[in-house]
Design a protein around this ligand. Structure first.
Ligand code: HEC
Ligand code: HEC
Length: 340
């Protein structure tokens, strides 16, 4: 799937962030190691309900399996059959030193010998089973909001999938990036409750959070920092051998998606089409489209509450410099600088 390739570009942006911006604010962590809590011996009870919930979350809501599987790039977003969850190298995306590890229960090449809490701490707190800080392409900064019960469900599901023996080169994050990322992980000490499903906006907010929508739809400056006041306003360019596309403005401004109805949103997530307009495959609708109507509707209810940000992004126009976000994207030159 092409959007995954583009994550390579995010990673490069992140590297710049890590080298340039973080040292100013991080202090001592590069030297003394990441903040990490000690591991506990908790195990999550294996129940059929958790397996089902975990399967749904890991495949349709939070892109765990999408990132931790080999992709057949020729067919849009097709995971190679029989290898689901067995990890992959990011060499194809230009990051030869990064591997999303094998999460299947294989004891030698996968997660078979890792404890439940090792996985739990990795997903929400960014610490690998061996204690190092994870490279933040693994979106643990969003997964920190994942409810305890959903985390347990995903882990119980991962324990239930077939073990695949597949050795991968371990990540070898280059110096000094491997030191700077020590500043990113943060232990979680408070319980995280599941939001009330009947509060559709709150539940939609949750799904958007653990669905990692923000990471693509909020433009970042050259240091990899989200541009203030532009949450969900799009325009973040994504470059691949297949050309350039920018994320859309999904706020309620006239330049965003105020005209979306719930029906149109569901149709887009299921087909990748906005009426006759075909969306670029960087938008991972194939995965999100496997969600239930109820969950997609909750997500839409939340999107409706996002304050408008005036910012035109039009991928049918050539990329031009945008005075609003400072980036270069389709229709960029039709925007005005922010007035304060
Ligand atoms: C955008 C891609 C992406 C997504 C989405 C993603 N991961 Fe990862 N994950 C990675 C990469 C890359 C690494 C390796 C980072 C490193 O080596 O520093 C990783 C590392 C991990 C690790 C650490 C393993 C260890 O060494 O201890 C675990 C566990 C993990 N991911 C589980 C998950 C789960 C569960 C989900 C879904 C809730 C998920 N990941 C979603 C890319 C992703
Ligand atoms: C990997 C990056 C990525 C992620 C993750 C992502 N998007 Fe997108 N999205 C894009 C890109 C790129 C486009 C623009 C596609 C185009 O214009 O052809 C887009 C377009 C859209 C559009 C269409 C806007 C329009 O012009 O009609 C909507 C709505 C949308 N995304 C919502 C979401 C939601 C909700 C999520 C999370 C559940 C999400 N996106 C996650 C990259 C992403």
């Amino acid at each position: 799937m092409r959007w995954l390739k583009r994550l390579g570009v995010i990673v490069l942006a992140l590297i710049v962030l890590l080298i340039v911006a973080i040292p100013a604010v991080i202090g001592i962590r590069p030297i003394i190691g990441p903040r990490a809590r000690p591991l506990s011996d908790r195990t999550f009870e294996r129940t059929p309900e958790r397996i089902e919930r975990g399967r749904y979350l890991a495949n349709a809501v939070s892109p765990c399996i999408g990132c931790h599987s080999e992709v057949d790039w020729t067919g849009g977003f097709l995971l190679k059959a029989g290898l689901e969850g067995s990890g992959r190298s990011w060499a194809e995306e230009g990051i030869p030193w990064l591997s999303a590890p094998n999460l299947t229960p294989d004891p030698e090449t996968g997660a078979g010998t890792w404890t439940d809490d090792m996985i739990a701490r990795a997903v929400r707190e960014g610490i690998a089973h061996d204690g190092r800080a994870l490279f933040p392409l693994m979106p643990y900064h969003q997964f920190r909001y994942m409810a305890d019960e959903d985390l347990a469900a995903i882990i119980v599901y991962l324990r239930s999938i077939p073990a695949v023996r597949k050795p991968l080169p371990p990540s070898e994050i280059p110096f000094p990036v491997n030191r700077f990322i020590n500043a990113v992980p943060e232990p979680l000490t408070e319980p995280v409750p599941l939001p009330d499903k009947t509060d559709r906006v709150a539940y939609g907010d949750y799904l958007v959070r653990i669905g990692v929508c923000r990471d693509c739809h909020t433009p970042m400056d050259e240091q990899g920092q989200a541009i203030p006041g532009m949450e969900f306003a799009g325009g973040f360019p994504m470059i691949s051998p297949n050309g350039q596309v920018a994320s859309g403005n999904i706020t309620q401004d006239a330049s965003g998606i105020p005209y979306y109805t719930e029906d149109l949103f569901l149709e887009m997530m299921r087909t990748g089409m906005v009426r006759s307009r075909k969306l670029n495959n960087y938008m991972p609708w194939q995965m999100y489209g496997k969600q239930t109507d109820e969950d997609l509707k909750a997500m839409f209810a939340y999107l409706k509450t996002i304050p408008g940000v005036a910012h035109r992004v039009d991928n049918t126009q050539p990329p031009t410099a945008c005075p609003r976000c400072g980036l270069t994207h389709g229709g960029g030159n039709t925007n005005k600088p922010v007035e304060d």
